[in-house]
Design a protein around this ligand. Structure first.
Ligand SMILES: Nc1nc2c(ncn2[C@@H]2O[C@H](COP(=O)(O)OP(=O)(O)OP(=O)(O)O)[C@@H](O)[C@H]2O)c(=O)[nH]1
Ligand SMILES: [Zn+2]
Length: 188
């Protein structure tokens, strides 16, 4: 839970630390704005994926379901700078499926926290496994990290890809290939 008052105080101190005057007209409301911004960017800290994935619908066949290229914004926990891109989720249902929007809500739950891309990928896969009990799940994230683009090594456009495979996706290479073929189909 974001402590608004603390973040406001910290922002004033940060402004002083970087040699700014927090009392100048342009900055006077900035601490309050920053506190509100962090409440929004870190809203996932107060939510639980089970809230969304608990509501399921029965299906007859155990087929592959893919929700692809779900856009997300997160903050890297090393520099507090954004990383953003898309998440693609696939799972082979086990007689029940989630509402499609709930997969995107699950992405929001884990993205709106201080994160590492690898952990974000794993947490989404684990939540799908835990709540939908599918035969398997696969999560692929492609993202650009502002801490690599606008500072440090300064490589804008470099894409980090991460993959988490669970259950049947750990052993069934054909299924994994089918997932990627279906993702790429959309772009051809
Ligand atoms: N594995 C992983 N690394 C990340 C992620 N986000 C940022 N990083 C990296 O975290 C590392 C932190 O490295 P440090 O050497 O402690 O910090 P730094 O001196 O600011 O590093 P540079 O970015 O190389 O300037 C950097 O290599 C970042 O690129 C992420 O989601 N996953
Ligand atoms: Zn970083």
């Amino acid at each position: 839970m974001v402590d608004q008052e603390k973040v406001e105080r910290a922002t004033r101190l940060l402004l002083e630390g970087i040699g700014e005057d927090p009392t100048r007209p342009g900055l006077i409301e900035t601490p309050e704005r920053v506190a509100r911004m962090y409440t929004e960017l870190l809203a996932g800290m107060n939510s639980d994926a089970s809230e969304y994935l608990v509501r399921t619908f029965p299906v007859g066949a155990n087929d592959l379901v893919i929700e692809s290229h779900i856009p997300f914004y997160s903050l890297c926990e090393h520099h507090l700078l954004p990383f953003f891109g898309t998440v693609s989720i696939g799972y082979v249902s086990n007689k029940k499926v989630a509402g499609l929007s709930k997969l995107a809500r699950t992405v929001e739950t884990f993205a709106r926290r201080l994160q590492l891309q690898e952990r974000l990928t794993a947490e989404i896969a684990d939540a799908v496994m835990q709540h939908l009990t599918p035969q398997g799940a696969i999560v692929c994230i492609e993202a650009e990290h502002m801490c690599m683009a606008m500072r440090g090594v300064q490589k804008p456009g470099a894409i980090t890809s991460t993959l988490a495979r669970r259950g049947i996706f750990e052993t069934d290479r054909d299924l994994e290939q089918r997932f990627f073929a279906m993702l790429n189909q959309r772009h051809s």
